[in-house]
Design a protein around this ligand. Sequence first.
Ligand code: GLA
Length: 721
Amino acid sequence: MIAYLADSRTFFLQGPRSSYVLAITRHGHLQHLHWGARVQPGALDGIAPLIDRAFSPNPLAAGHGYSLDTLGQECPTGGLTDFRSPAVLVEHPDGTQALELVYESHAIAAGKPKLAGLPATYVEAAGEADTLSIVLADRASGVRVELSYTQFRDHDAVSRSLRIVNAGDAPRCVLRALSASLDLPPGERSLMTLNGAWARERHVDLTPLRPGTQGVGSRRGTSSHQHNPFIAVVDAGTTEEHGEARGLALAYSGCFLAQAEVDQFAEARVQIGLDAPAFRWRLAPGAAFQAPEALLVWSGDGLGGMSRTFHRLLRTRMARGRYRDAQRPILINNWEATYFNFDTEKLVAIAAKAKEIGVEMMVLDDGWFGARKDDKAGLGDWVCNEAKLPGGLKALADRIEGLGMRFGLWFEPEMVNPDSDLYRAHPDWCLHIPGRDRSTGRSQLVLDLARPEVADHVYRSITAVLRSARISYVKWDMNRHLTEVASPAFPAGEVHHRYVLALYAMLERITAEFPDVLFESCSGGGGRFDAGLLHYMPQVWTSDNSDAICRLDIQHGTSMAYPLSSMGAHVSACPNHQVHRTTPMLTRGHVAFTGAFGFELDLNKLSPEDLATARAVVAEYNRVRDLLAGGDLYRLRAPADRRAASWMVVAPDRSRALVTWVSIVAEANAPFPVLRLRGLDPSARYRVDGEVVGGDVLMSIGLRPRIGHDFTSRTWHLERV
Ligand code: GLA
């Protein structure tokens, strides 16, 4: 998968249909040459000619005609002859930041080593991937940067990360360590980002690249609702199924930067990595800093091809544990059914009704612990409130198990309310700056997880609850962003990243100890939906917005990078609690079962018709749940024009498919749109709606759905005959 041509000192990372090519220049710098369609290894001299450019200075040893300012690079630094955005910045004892990284050595090995303390893709057999490590060094300071590239055999995907080592004899600080950086040649391209807010996450934005810097990031301590650690650089003319798209995702759950800088010669420097406010990581002599992993996916099959590669990689080689492959339960969550107002009988009644229609697990959400009667108190006190739940969680879990269902539980382990026993006992355990007020969000403060005594306490209280009853699922919530990010344990510039590392360490410990528990992450809905957390928790509550129509945009945008199996999606009550819209039960079901499926309402309150539809939705889901969990997604029609949205999921062997169509706002006497299907076997025949139709016909002539009444939906089940 990785070839090195010694004569030209060029590395070829070869995917099934893609190549990623880099070379060592005659002066030892690491040059980016190509990321795109597969090319045969061979000399590429002269492809990227270096000519002298006015106002681009020359390193002394290189002289006239060679400047880092015009060289396409793999690991640009600052302070010397490149004025564009650096990937690595290190501050030396004298306050300067110059770093001239030149090639020292490289190694190519089968497989993929682990990243210490960080989430990363993995292989199950050495033959699945090759890893190239390149060591670059700055002779003047002794700083070394070890770049790591893994090429996957079966995916047009490269993972990248870097490690900065202070091999000098004075202490230094890392100011920036972006995991991936590369310079694309001029071309007409757009930048795709996923943006929004609470209850409106990951809406797609596609904006043409223009001179200067464009990008997104988070300074909130989490990957955030507002922007996602994923960007794509999309060639002009690229559609869902045709053309080139290059996606970059960061496996990291904290502050980040993802951007493209179009320079004076129209080259686009594309970068993604950790980037926290005032980031400053001390490196004593001999110490190293490991940056998170970035995933780079190239597609020649449009946006759809890019997404499908991300989906397969994240689903099968980022997610871990039993539930990576095991069937996920259909659950019912009581949050929108009861909010804080519940007792055992109410919960059992909700569960019992859900059991009748085929729901498999009951999840008890917020409000079961401490003095939690609303969102102002109790976080941190992970002890069951027996006034609400006599006999504790064990008694409730036993009742639920007695119904033939499994039981799941909500936690928000990273938080504390000032009105809690935990805070009263340890008022200094939250992130805070001595001498300043502590800002609250949803009346809560963030625990200083990087302090071992705090992390140990959280670990002990959560695991004690998990051992106290038969708990098969955990919803791990996180409902505010980080402010006053300081800790007595670490210098301020490290605390953001230390927090994320401590969270990963805790999740590693707890998920290893409870391998049979399904973990779902959540941050006020989809505020921490990133590739990193999928390593610990294979599904995420996609959004606190459960309206089926709003979910079309949210799930569409999320699907650009993340697999359907990772998107928690529930059928909720109407009028919807977030936008007050009323939509048919069938539509709510079709939209929700496209993701990790569940309900979030009291089925006892449904009309007999709606209850019957809910039952039918569960039955329909049971026909296709394996297909939805492991199939390939084709987005047929984006919700953007507000008329309709459509998508299909095709089994990997193309023997089955499910097509879903949702009408949004109806138009009188509208044309019948053409819905050309994708991903089928053109030579096979499929049974659909009682007829047998060729795959070629379905893909070239297509179906002719009607735009139905507002918010209605329908599905087609295809089976190869
Ligand atoms: C967050 C979650 C919701 C629910 C509430 C409980 O908002 O996203 O699903 O769990 O917290 O307080």
